[in-house]
Write a protein that binds this ligand. Structure first.
Ligand code: SAH
Length: 250
């Protein structure tokens, strides 16, 4: 069986005797019943793994001795930014977990004209903390190396501006021709891709037009109208398959 893996923030990994506290420490002691001498793996969320042994363990604090480092190899060759029209909180929480498993590099929520939850900049700090925690848990569970970068929600036009640097930009829209179709010539081997999916109410035509003016290609997900959450997962999977590490490499 593979070793248990725990997250230690990058600044803590540099410490001579890194330690963790909080719920992971309780889990290590009370649930997993690991103790001094047991081998574990640590990861820093930046792509590095560490072989380590527990030096001391209490539910308040677990200390480690790092014995070696290894690269975590499960990162996608393509960096996907998932730009998501803001949905209700619970759906956003689900999505950040699922998209982390699917290997996105960056999560960029935006307020669309038809987003139901209206800009509540106040609660954004809490949401960012929660998304960060969910992403770290998902990274641990799916054994990938990097925690996606999580951006605070911004408006649609700011999202378009931020995407300017991407090699390939795709907006999924049910008004597009139905098939998922990105011509090879659009960008033969993109390294960075922005994928935009709308909120429950969909994009308004003005948004699709502005995305187009910013170099986004419009494409479909088949003849059915998918719920936003379903659409996002399907879109991300297709893009990973076509450009990332879910398909055969050439
Ligand atoms: N406006 C629609 C629902 C939007 S679905 C309505 O209520 O009738 C939410 C989002 O999922 C859309 O903005 C789009 O980005 C994506 N989506 C859903 N089905 C799609 C499809 N068949 N093709 C492309 N995108 C789709």
């Amino acid at each position: 069986m593979s070793l248990r893996r725990f997250y230690v923030p990058p600044e803590m990994v540099q410490h001579p005797q890194p330690e963790i506290s909080g719920s992971d420490a309780v889990h290590i002691c009370r649930v997993l019943r690991l103790s001094a001498g047991d081998a574990v793996e640590l990861f820093d969320g930046l792509g590095n793994g560490y072989r380590a042994r527990i030096v001391s363990a209490s539910p308040k604090r677990v200390q480690f001795h790092i014995q070696g480092t290894f690269p975590l190899m499960s990162e996608s060759s393509v960096h996907i930014t998932l730009a998501q029209g803001i949905l209700k909180d619970r759906k956003m929480d689900d999505l950040i977990r699922q998209l982390t498993e699917l290997g996105i590099d960056r999560w960029m929520p935006f307020y669309a004209a038809r987003s139901i939850p209206v800009p509540g900049k106040k609660g954004m700090g809490t949401r960012l903390d929660r998304w960060e925690k969910i992403a770290i848990e998902a990274v641990k569970q799916c054994r990938r190396g990097r925690v996606p970068c999580i951006a605070p929600a911004d408006d649609f036009d700011a999202m378009l501006e931020t995407s300017a640097e991407s090699d390939l930009k795709i907006i999924f829209w049910e008004g597009a021709p139905q098939a998922f179709d990105i011509p090879q010539s659009a960008s033969p081997k993109p390294k960075t891709i922005t994928v935009a999916v709308g909120p429950e109410g969909g994009f308004d035509p003005g948004e699709v037009q502005r995305a187009h003016e910013h170099g986004f290609l419009t494409t479909g997900l088949g003849p059915r109208i998918l719920r936003a959450q379903t659409a996002t997962l399907a879109a991300c999977t297709l893009v990973q398959y076509r450009f990332g590490d879910m398909g055969l490499r050439d």
